[in-house]
Design a protein around this ligand. Sequence first.
Ligand code: FEO
Ligand code: CA
Ligand code: CA
Ligand code: CA
Length: 600
Amino acid sequence: DEARAEAKSAFSFKEVEAGVDQTHHVAEGYDADVLLRWGDPLFSDAADFDPQNLTAAAQAKQFGYNNDYVGFIPLDGSAEHGLLVVNHEYTNPHLMFPGIVKVVEKDGKKALEVAALTKDQVDIEMAAHGGTVVEIRKDGGKWQVVKDGKLNRRITATTEMEFTGPAAGHDRLKTNADPTGTKVIGTVNNCAGGVTPWGTYILAEENIHGYFSGELPADHKEAANYKRMGIPEGAYEWAAHYDRFDLAKEPNEANRFGWIVEVDVNDPASMPKKRTAVGRFKHEGAESIVAKDGHVVFYLGDDERFDYVYKFVTAGTFNPDDRAANMNLLDNGTLYVAKFAQDGSMEWLPLVHGQGPLTAANGFESQADVLIATRLAADLLGATKMDRPEDIQPNGVNGKVYVLLTNNTKREANQADAANPRAENAFGHIIEIAEDGGDFAAVKGKWEVLLKCGDPSVAEVGATFSTATSASGWFGMPDNCAIDSIGRLWVATDGQGPKATGRTDGLWAVDTEGEARATSKLFFRVPVGAELCGPLFTPNDETAFVAVQHPGDGGDDWEGFGRPSYYEDLSTRWPDFRDDTPVRPSVVAITKQGGGKIGV
Ligand code: FEO
Ligand code: CA
Ligand code: CA
Ligand code: CA
């Protein structure tokens, strides 16, 4: 029972107390040092961060906004010297640009009114999106950024990229600026991602609907495809300054986003590739593993309520001795979507043109059509509608796969099923998959729910943390996760809502094996308003990199802590705590005082 579960835990550290305040907290005996902040220069000739005089040119050589995915690519096999690759998912103009926010009364409540952005501000937003590749080195026990690193690179919403794979050059990808359908400008909303076994960097394009405005011409052939993707949402003001984000002017541009992007970090001049074979949806991430027979398997979530879990299995096999031979593995393979059966079995259904209902009669003329409108194809196959699939992580140590389902308050009681067992699922759950024969490339498997999240002391929530889990140890809204080198699971959360839960987001250590299974402990927590992304362990487990995203951002949920405007009622000024400096999303490096492996 309780004492035994604690004794059997794979983790050894003194838990942080859950709570809410203006800064971050890590377990006793550890240091959590801010490594890279929004605006930090990444090149020796980059401008210093000057929040009162932001420019797109400066931003393009500085660390971007809202760090999400974090990966580490060792240089010369070192765990203390390598490339950190970091996604910059989106921008928060109300927290970035001085003077654009007014606090107004609306329906008797305080609300923020945000002024229309200028073209210069939109250009800064575009330069703050995308990704960063930056050399880092551990020196005297502390990580340092190498500003003149030869491989340092920023990727932004204006970086030229090419399409590869079955949909490249298809009519549905052609625009006025690109009549070939093979070149695209930029990447946006890069949520989680991955590092491939051959050492390239993957950015997943997630909530792309927000960047598009305007209306498709009447009866346009993309109407059903765009409706299924929620396009346009018009959350951003880019269409006011760039026609390509206006559906009326450039109806195919939105088909050019929602892909998996691969970057060869060894050549900072290389053109990133949008790999169409991996499908188009709201890609959360793409964590991968080499299967028994050498095929590489990428696990892919489509983060929307009632959307799907996918995997991509390369046709070719990984060659550990020849990096060049692996560089186009993502252009050929099979994309599958998951169907979870009530009896704990599952099937991976292939999304292959001509098979089953994926035919011209149903609007799919070719594999390109299947890939451009992946969600519509998966609908026809009868895949299982999930509670917002976020990060999906294969575990090479225990052979399992962890699927993080963040929440789905729209699921009604009559829509509950074994894999999504709770109606109004406010706190999310985690599914553990065991592929048949321990083969990640298998087309069948078994699954079970590892954990239903939420406060286990509230019976109606129905959470299933072990009784050894403390009042600080439970969490809701699992989003990103990591597996360390000895196979332990670490879960980061997004959206606890301090007002409702009395706690910010953070990083929890979750036991998966034996009597301690489903025991969870809080290791790190973020400042108010932030969510936690990353997380990522170096190959020796001596550093955990975590990405603190949108510190100080608010929703009605934490209004009690003050509207998080940069100008008024400020909730935090993390991490600099200076009057003249806004909040700055930042990557934090966590190490054990005196050195050693984390949580051991
Ligand atoms: Fe960008 Fe699904 O979180
Ligand atoms: Ca996410
Ligand atoms: Ca991950
Ligand atoms: Ca998130």
